[in-house]
Write a protein that binds this ligand. Structure first.
Ligand code: NAD
Length: 430
């Protein structure tokens, strides 16, 4: 039973803490600092709109299958809402609501002119054929096309969706509303996508890891890094950090943990992943192989980067986490109770709403390019991304030093302050 509950939420001292409750906790800590309470706190936290729809598709083998799709639009005061689409069996309204609220604070922390949203379908995409995923996407668009659009709500890829899904989404949406590629981001580069979008989240994670460790006085060559997850984000972060001379001693994916105390050969691992039919490290023999969950608990590691799932560091395993620096590449990897314990121990955490904001930042660049019918070079995308991430990091770092709070609370303080200001200017509290 406990295992089943774990799959749907996060265990907190015997109580089930759902995803939205966990993200609300971090919001509440910052709201206390800002003395925001009562109806205003509720207005900032409450989702603007939540939509749940039936998604029915014809199966290749004959017959039909039914799924539930969601779109939660959390906040629109700073601009059109923005957030990914997740296809995963555990997608439910609570998870989407939590991720939508994180998008509001994330776009505000990096100061993009957007609000926050998220969507998804409770489905295991690995159980569907490519044509079935296309039909699923088109059926979902048929249900929600009226509430999304370039000036309303702009989806993007997330777990279980990729540039192909974005291309189908756009094509179906345009059947109703006409040509407008800026309805969605993360598209294939030759279909109005942006160069550098795929690497953007991992690159942002890597560049902020570089910046923080430098500030804390570590030299890259002497900094050992462990990365949980070797998917889009984990692999690009590993590539960036390896090229910046960091020693990546461990990476993991669902096939296990790959470990070399002298530093893994990252180009070899990337090559292996590229040639594996499911993009895994399974079968790689160039290093020691450890059980899956050992990565988080490695002793001789200066930086830990969770880049796979939410809720992986809890009050049950926090005592075994030894890294003095954690960079949250995944959304919500640290449970509130564990976060408090890490803060007490002086562990520095770059929070998700800052660390993984590189993806939405380059999504914004894609949207801008689509609206201007003008293409940027990869160099320009990287330069502007680095500038945006550096600026956001500096703001959060300075606020955390000034107010003597964690970087997470500082990031929330900045995000909430910007959203509150926009809401006030729009007349919310007049
Ligand atoms: P992905 O599906 O490409 O990769 C996920 C990786 O995690 C895979 O290598 C998978 O094998 C591995 N994994 C799954 N369960 C694991 C486990 N128990 N232990 C170790 N590894 C495990 O997904 P992604 O796009 O890289 O996203 C990863 C995280 O980053 C998610 O939390 C996502 O919400 C977040 N994120 C992604 C982006 C983006 O642009 N892709 C942007 C912001 C945040």
């Amino acid at each position: 039973m406990r295992g089943i509950l774990r799959a749907k939420g996060i265990y907190l001292r015997g109580l089930l803490m759902r995803a939205f409750e966990a993200s609300k906790h971090f919001f509440d800590v910052a709201a206390e600092h800002l003395s925001i309470d009562g109806d205003l706190r509720e207005a900032l936290l409450m989702p603007h709109r939540e939509v749940q729809v039936q998604v029915t598709i014809e199966r290749d083998r004959g017959g039909i299958s039914n799924y539930v799709g969601f779109r939660v639009q959390h906040d629109h005061y700073r601009g059109p809402m923005k957030g990914g689409l997740r296809y995963h069996p555990e997608v439910d309204l609570d998870e989407v609501r939590s991720l939508a609220s994180l998008m509001t604070w994330k776009t505000a922390v990096v100061d993009l002119p957007y609000g926050g949203a998220k969507g998804g379908i409770g489905v295991d995409p690995s159980a569907l054929s490519e044509r079935e995923i296309e039909r699923l996407t088109r059926a979902f668009v048929d249900q929600i096309h009226d509430i999304v659009g370039p000036d309303k709500d702009i989806p993007a890829p997330d777990m279980g969706t990729d540039h192909r899904v974005m291309a189908w989404f756009r094509n179906q949406w345009e059947k109703y509303h006409g040509f407008n590629p800026s309805v969605i981001t993360g598209k294939p580069v030759e279909e109005y996508g942006a160069k550098g979008r795929e690497e953007a989240t991992g690159r942002g994670v890597g560049s902020l890891t570089f910046k923080l460790t430098k500030r804390l006085g570590h030299h890259p060559e002497k900094t050992r890094v462990a990365i949980q997850g070797f998917g889009n984000v984990g692999a690009h972060a590993a590539k960036f950090l390896h090229e910046s001379q960091f020693s990546i001693v461990a990476v993991s994916d669902i096939s296990g943990t790959y470990y070399d105390p002298n530093g893994l050969k990252i180009p070899e691992l990337l090559h292996h992943k590229l040639n594996h039919p499911r993009g895994l490290l399974e079968g790689y023999n160039g290093c020691e192989k450890l059980p899956l969950n050992m990565l988080l608990e490695l002793e001789d590691v200066e930086v830990l980067i969770p880049a796979a799932l939410g809720g992986v560091i809890t009050d049950e395993n926090v005592d075994k986490i030894k890294a003095p620096v954690i960079v949250e590449a995944a959304n919500g990897p640290i449970h509130p109770a564990a976060d408090a314990e890490l803060e007490k121990r002086g562990v520095t955490v770059i929070p998700d709403i800052l660390a993984n904001a590189g993806g939405v930042t380059v999504s914004y660049f894609e949207w801008v390019q689509n609206r201007q019918h003008y293409r940027w070079t990869l160099d320009r995308v990287r330069q502007e991304l680095d500038h945006t991430m550096n600026q956001a990091f500096e703001n959060v770092w300075q606020a955390s030093q000034r107010d003597q709070v964690s970087m997470r609370t500082a990031a929330y303080i900045i995000g909430i302050t910007r959203v509150r200001r926009a809401a006030e200017l729009a007349g919310l509290t007049s």
